[in-house]
Design a binder for this molecule. Structure first.
Ligand code: HEC
Ligand code: HEC
Length: 203
């Protein structure tokens, strides 16, 4: 397990450095492109159907993670019919700009001081080595904020990593070690933490 973690850190550190320079983006242009996105990401508790879980909060999410997610939908490595349609019409520049806009929308929160207690808190210790205290401050920008994300979406994501529907080497490895109960406890724990994630409100 230790070796896996150490290797993952190296992998992540390597990728984020090469991406850091190119993912600045034009948030104003991204804002214009983001109006259609608000039709789902801006409606509180709006649901995905089959299976049912809430549409994830994207405002305040880390920029490089957003860029990676949109690329993965667009090239089909992350399968989701609706998000495929959304991403397929985006250029690389659109993706960078929208991600810059979304990531700039987070509220300033001193996340993570409230690391909580209970089953989820204990199980979350290992996750925090990458996702940060309470899942609120990732160690690199390609790692998403978990704090304040919808509980049912977090659970859905962990199941998708565990059953391989969503492929990402690091998270596939971690998710394979989680029971259904672990997933439930972890989703509940991270959803409860202080966060800068928000529903998308375009002002
Ligand atoms: C019809 C509803 C709908 C619209 C419109 C929509 N999305 Fe999504 N989006 C979803 C759903 C549902 C998911 C979760 C999919 C999954 O499980 O992978 C999602 C996931 C995402 C994610 C991944 C979030 C994460 O935490 O992994 C990003 C980024 C995203 N959308 C960006 C956008 C952008 C940018 C637009 C506008 C160009 C947009 N979405 C428009 C429904 C929508
Ligand atoms: C070695 C670093 C690392 C560790 C440790 C780690 N993660 Fe992750 N996690 C990542 C990365 C990188 C991603 C982004 C993967 C991708 O792009 O799909 C991620 C993504 C996620 C997502 C998807 C969020 C979203 O918005 O879709 C969830 C949920 C998650 N991790 C939960 C956990 C949990 C729970 C643990 C502990 C059991 C954990 N992670 C441990 C690196 C890590």
């Amino acid at each position: 397990m230790r070796t896996v973690i150490a290797a993952s850190f190296l992998l992540i550190a390597g990728t984020s450095i090469s991406f850091a320079q190119q993912s600045q983006g034009d948030a104003e242009a991204g804002k214009v492109r983001a109006y259609t996105c608000a039709g789902c990401h801006g409606i509180p508790d709006y649901n995905n159907v089959y299976p049912t879980y809430r549409v994830p909060r994207v405002a305040g999410q880390n920029q490089l993670y957003l860029v990676n997610a949109l690329n993965a939908y667009r090239d089909g490595t992350r399968e989701h019919p609706t998000m495929y349609i959304q991403a397929a019409s985006m250029t690389d520049e659109d993706i960078t700009n929208v991600s810059a806009y979304f990531s700039g929308l987070g509220a300033d929160v001193d996340g993570g001081s409230d690391t909580g207690e209970g089953a989820g808190a204990e199980k979350a210790a290992i996750c925090q080595s990458c996702h940060g205290p309470g899942g609120s401050q990732s160690i690199t920008p390609d790692i998403p904020t978990l704090a304040g994300q919808h509980e049912d979406y977090l659970a859905h994501a962990m199941h998708a990593y565990r059953n391989g529907q969503r492929e990402q080497a690091v998270m596939n490895t971690f998710a394979q070690q989680l029971s259904d109960q672990d997933i439930k406890d972890l989703a509940e724990y991270f959803a409860d933490q202080k966060s800068n994630l928000r529903d998308l409100k375009i002002k």
